[in-house]
Design a binder for this molecule. Structure first.
Ligand SMILES: [Zn+2]
Length: 80
């Protein structure tokens, strides 16, 4: 799979933060988060997300579950 294009400075930041080369991981089909080989993706959106973040399906699920939780907490605050 081909990684999405980011500027060299952004790539350098990502490599520094995550400690892995995003583009290398994506080309090799490895998750940047858990370092496991990626296998299947649920849909084309998840596949596209992989080329951006390098997250496998399982790591994307965890990541997006966090977002859902934050959103529901926001709505709780609004209701109060
Ligand atoms: Zn993963």
């Amino acid at each position: 799979m081909e990684p999405s294009h980011k500027s060299e400075s952004v790539e350098a930041d990502i490599t520094r933060i995550f400690g892995v080369d995003r583009r290398e991981c994506i080309r090799q089909g490895i998750c940047t988060q858990c370092s496991k080989p990626v296998d299947v993706f649920r849909d084309s959106l998840s596949r596209k997300e992989y080329t951006i973040s390098g997250y496998c399906q399982a790591c994307q699920d965890v990541e997006f579950a966090e977002y859902d939780k934050e959103e529901s907490w926001d709505s709780v605050d609004t209701d109060l």
